[in-house]
Design a binder for this molecule. Structure first.
Ligand code: BGC
Length: 414
């Protein structure tokens, strides 16, 4: 893993030595799957239409940990990219270092304060200044299912943990894979987000992952969460280790597996494969989290190139926040708009549900930042949690040990 990260960083530094023309933007991101690339094209084309060239700096790896390693190397070598895809606490960390350009002029002219949800502004603003442009809102507590497989086995959409386990058992008995999963720390953590919310409810989730309350982290409910992760583990196939998330989605698309627990970027893969919600695939909230949303929002932070924001950076920020782009991009990406005033007309059934769920969760105090995707706590804590969740998922710890390790990991890293 470490070797791979270093090679990626070295390759990135070499690529960066290619000069970026003044009228270009160089964009570092981790949107490398088919569905993600299709969405990225919407942004590329928008900018190209304005005469701004695009220098692509993709760094594969869902959740963006590898991209953040490459970014650090680029900044350290004095050559930051123009714009960087970033999540939650990473944005605030870079803003604290004074590395990000001030977007207040664009935000003021375009009224971002009035249309971007408060939950996103918490990560897009620093010391009263806008430091990033929100692209979307994703959420992690979704399940994606192959409709034909469920129909064939007579499985209704499960609404409780027990119903979900019964459905998994039925799929397993049929010889198909019940859960398509990729054993990578960020994917294990994505599943954990939903399982923890379902097991303990919103107060438990908030106390454990946002407040980092020691008693909650060490509680019996946390042990039960890990016990349920072990149940999930018993329904993945033998080859899950290291599999990329989009290959796991492909297993559901192809009917080799029934379910995937993944953020709504998975929908981009279904659409990219020509599949339709309700006809070919189903989207539903992880059983027991129907009223909650664990969200993450992709934003583009602009690295300061001088005392003022660059012309191309300003154009990129303006393009990202435009209502038409927010609709066009998010329809393809699987996410929902980062503005509250965008119509849901162009969105499919899952997108419409995503938009309605988000609004309902925000209005009822049920919207929480995703731990797995950098919106609950800073990277150091998140990564320490990843380690424990993955070690447990791979059978290195029993649930009681995992709870103790989680408490210790948070104590050391918070
Ligand atoms: C990002 C998504 C991306 C996913 C998988 C998440 O952290 O928010 O935009 O599609 O990772 O790469």
């Amino acid at each position: 893993m470490r070797k791979l990260t270093m090679m990626t960083a070295a390759a990135a530094l070499m690529a960066a030595s290619t000069a970026v023309k003044a009228e270009d933007v160089e964009v570092l991101h981790w949107w490398t799957s088919g569905g993600e690339a299709a969405a990225l094209n919407v942004l590329k084309q928008d900018l190209e239409g304005q005469g701004i060239g695009w220098q692509d700096m993709p760094v594969a790896g869902g959740g963006g940990s590898q991209a953040m390693t490459v970014l650090r190397a680029r900044v350290t070598s004095g050559n930051p990219p123009t714009a960087v895809q970033m999540l939650g606490f990473d944005i605030l960390d870079w803003a604290n270092e004074g590395a990000l350009a001030d977007l207040n002029i664009q935000a003021g002219l375009e009224g971002w304060d009035d249309v971007v949800p408060e939950a996103l502004q918490q990560f897009a603003k620093h010391d009263g200044k806008w430091v990033s442009a929100p692209v979307n809102v994703h959420s992690t507590n979704w399940v994606w299912a192959n409709k034909a497989v469920l129909d064939e086995l007579g499985i209704a959409v499960p609404t409780t943990w027990d119903e979900f386990v019964a459905a998994l058992e039925k799929v397993k008995a049929s010889g198909k894979t019940a859960i398509a999963h990729g054993g990578q720390p960020w994917q294990d953590a994505t599943v954990f987000d939903a399982v923890a919310m379902s097991t303990g409810g919103p107060d438990f989730y908030k106390k454990a992952f946002i407040d980092l309350d020691e008693e909650t982290l060490g509680s019996d409910t946390m042990k039960e969460t890990f016990d349920r992760m072990a149940v999930i583990r018993s329904y993945v196939d033998d080859n899950f280790s290291g599999r990329d998330w989009n290959l796991a989605t492909a297993m559901v698309i192809n009917g080799d597996a029934a379910f995937q627990m993944m953020g709504d970027w998975a929908k981009g893969e279904f659409l990219n494969a020509g599949k339709q919600p309700d006809a070919d695939f189903l989207c539903f909230r992880f059983p027991g989290t129907q009223d909650q949303v664990t969200f993450n929002a992709d934003q583009f932070a602009m690295f300061a190139q001088g005392s003022e924001v660059g012309k191309e950076q300003a154009a990129l920020a303006t393009a990202i926040l435009s209502p038409s782009f927010q609709s066009a991009f998010n329809v393809v990406k699987g996410s929902v708009p980062a503005r509250t005033d965008v119509s849901n007309e162009a969105f499919d059934a899952c997108g419409k549900k995503g938009m309605a769920d988000l609004k309902k969760a925000a209005d009822s105090g049920n919207l929480y930042g995703s731990m797995a995707h950098g919106h609950a706590n800073p990277a150091a804590v998140k990564n320490a949690m990843y380690d424990v969740i993955t070690a447990h998922f791979n059978g290195e710890y029993d649930s009681a040990t995992a709870v103790d390790e989680l408490v210790t990991a948070v104590q050391i890293n918070k």
